[in-house]
Design a protein around this ligand. Structure first.
Ligand SMILES: [Zn+2]
Length: 610
């Protein structure tokens, strides 16, 4: 929506500056010549994608090219240029031109007066993830950032065209980009769109459904006769329908769920698509299937929150340097809260299944010692060095902005409902934020706080702001009582008495039980157990590989046990008093004696009544 109405001194100055820019040098985007790429797979079994690209020189004696070093949505410098090989340049007549490397990810080419410079290079493509490239004789996943070298100058104001040459046995390519005039050709209005538009090619199983009058496609690779595509598409349609109804409008012409089956679960959001990785057995078990539905729900929700409604820092992107924001708790955590909730609201998960999923988020937060060390805004800011560089000590020093953000989403939603006597909810906050900030600029942390305060109203604005500041900026423990009371829920232990807790993470290694993680504040930490210790026996009973949890389950909290261990070949024993498992006691369930009012609130929350 259009904002500023009255011209101020500041906006006048901006207008003047813009005019100077236009007159002083670069032309309008429409007049900049496009960059064109041809993508081919001459020997796909060798895992290479070959690129030929043409760049207009606009009379310059040199042009400088760059490849992105990271992918928006995934906060780590990836050094994609390390997979680039055999880059050469030539003019229209195929006369070679000089190429000089000027940075790890930049190339400078002397044009020798050529109007157009052609470059060729190949990219090694054998990393299966949602942000990288994969090529084999069956299919290709081509992501923009690790593939397309562009001009350093004005890539965001220049059309990028792509032509995909398919191996003979492949049937089609798919991308969210606008289709070009010929089969398997695409047009991106700018480099940002190119990066945001992964291309898949091969012979996928494709399922189409319609949401809000717009076609949606589930594009499955490697179903292997195991993956239940029709069921998945049917349930996905219900979730997408519910999410689109939540926002009230579908802000794209079509949407692609690019689902690469056969690897660990992950997903990456785009403006009109998502790439998902998921194990082959995901539709074979209820838990695995809910995991996939949850992933799809999360990525689809991002088409609104994350891509269009975004923190002010996350766009336009600097593709060569880290970009910092304190708002990943919102982008990822609030999205996670809704991704879970929409499983219940769309009816693909039962109320109990949903409460189990939310309980797991709360349990995960409350059993991570790092929640007492790092606020969720700090966790967002340090994603580049903490979340995306996790090691065995990470749970002790940091908190996931996904997990704590999702729990904050739940508590904030319940709090808004309580403070407004049920007349408003976090749903209203999300829609108000979208209307106000989904344009060019994005939102700040202060904007989120202001919109929440506006939605709850003047009487409680100060209270809800104080709550938000505490939840986002400090490590103070969250309190669940108000939320559960309002919704008629309780947090109770799961069935059975609490089991003894040691506080180690172990891995089996060649028949040995090796300590690979130690939780801060746990009995193991107090007793001096060290990383890489091998636990060999408990109270004199030899410990078979992979049996630590079962053996510990025989003891109650407070029990004293003697562990036999070896450290670097030397035997030692330690006496340890087991504690109460901090993961015990975080199970949400409806209050058995909930009032009719509480039951009604629970129904309204889970049914998205407006
Ligand atoms: Zn996400």
């Amino acid at each position: 929506m259009s904002r500023a109405a009255t011209p101020t001194t500041r906006s006048l100055r901006v207008v003047v500056a813009a005019l100077v820019l236009l007159c002083g040098g670069e032309a309008y985007a429409q007049t900049l010549e496009p960059i064109s790429y041809t993508v081919s797979f001459p020997a796909p079994h060798t895992h290479y994608v070959e690129i030929e690209a043409s760049f207009p020189t606009e009379g310059k004696t040199q042009i400088e090219l760059m490849m992105a070093v990271w992918t928006p949505g995934s906060y780590l410098i990836r050094e994609y240029e390390r997979n680039v090989e055999a880059l050469t340049a030539a003019d229209q007549a195929r006369v070679p031109l000089t190429v000089e490397k000027t940075r790890k990810n930049r190339w400078r080419i002397s044009t020798n007066g050529a109007r157009t410079v052609w470059i060729r290079y190949r990219v090694y493509a054998h990393e299966m993830s949602v942000r990288t490239n994969w090529v084999d004789d069956e299919f290709a996943l081509i992501n923009g950032a690790p593939t397309f070298i562009t001009l350093v100058e004005s890539p965001s104001r220049r059309v990028h065209r792509v032509r995909v040459m398919l191996p003979r046995t492949w049937t089609r390519s798919v991308s969210g980009m606008t289709a070009g005039p010929a089969d398997n050709t695409y047009i991106a209005p700018d480099y940002d769109t190119l990066v945001d538009s992964p291309i898949v090619a091969g012979s996928p199983s494709v399922y189409e459904f319609s949401v809000g009058g717009k076609p949606h496609y589930l594009v499955n690779f490697r179903e292997r006769g195991v993956w239940n595509g029709p069921q998945a598409a049917s349930d996905l349609a219900k979730i997408a329908e519910t999410i689109a109804r939540f926002w009230g409008d579908v802000p794209f012409d079509r949407f692609y769920f690019l689902n690469i089956i056969g690897s660990a679960k992950n997903g990456l959001e785009h403006r009109n698509a998502t790439v998902m990785n998921i194990p082959l057995d995901a539709t074979s078990t209820r838990d695995g299937y809910l995991d996939w539905l949850n992933l799809a729900s999360h990525e689809y929700f991002h088409a609104w929150s994350g891509k269009r409604l975004r923190p002010v820092e996350l766009g336009p992107f600097d593709y060569e340097n880290e970009v910092y924001t304190r708002a990943l708790w919102f982008v990822e955590g609030i999205t996670d809260y809704y991704a879970d909730l929409f499983l219940a609201r769309s009816g693909v998960a039962t109320r109990d299944e949903y409460l189990d999923i939310l309980s797991e988020q709360i349990r995960s937060l409350q059993t991570t010692p790092g929640r007492l060390e790092q606020s969720v805004e700090q966790a967002s800011y340090d994603a580049w060095i903490k979340y995306y560089r996790s090691d065995e000590n990470t749970p002790n020093t940091s908190i996931s902005y996904y997990v704590k953000g999702a729990v904050i989403g739940f508590l904030l939603d319940a709090d808004i409902r309580r403070l407004t006597a049920g007349s408003k909810s976090l749903d209203d906050v999300m829609r108000a934020l979208f209307v106000k900030f989904s344009g060019e600029r994005g939102f700040s942390g202060a904007d989120v706080r202001s919109v929440v305060a506006d939605v709850v109203g003047a009487t409680h604005a100060r209270e809800v702001r104080a709550w938000l500041d505490r939840a986002l900026e400090t490590t103070t423990e969250l309190d669940y009582a108000d939320a559960t009371n309002w919704l008629g829920l309780r947090i109770t232990p799961p069935a059975g008495a609490p089991r003894g807790y040691l506080g180690v993470v172990t891995q089996s290694d060649d028949g040995k039980t090796i300590v690979t993680g130690i939780r801060r504040g746990s009995p193991a930490a107090s007793a001096g157990i060290s990383l890489r210790d091998e636990i060999t026996a408990i109270n004199g009973d030899p410990l078979p590989e992979g049996q630590l949890a079962q053996r510990l389950a025989r003891f109650s909290p407070g029990a004293k046990v003697t562990l036999a261990m070896t450290r670097a070949g030397a035997p030692r024993t330690v006496d340890i008093v087991l504690a109460v498992d901090p993961g015990h006691g975080w199970q949400l369930s409806p209050l058995p004696d909930a009032t009719a009012t509480q039951s009604q609130r629970l129904d309204i929350w889970l049914a998205q009544k407006r």
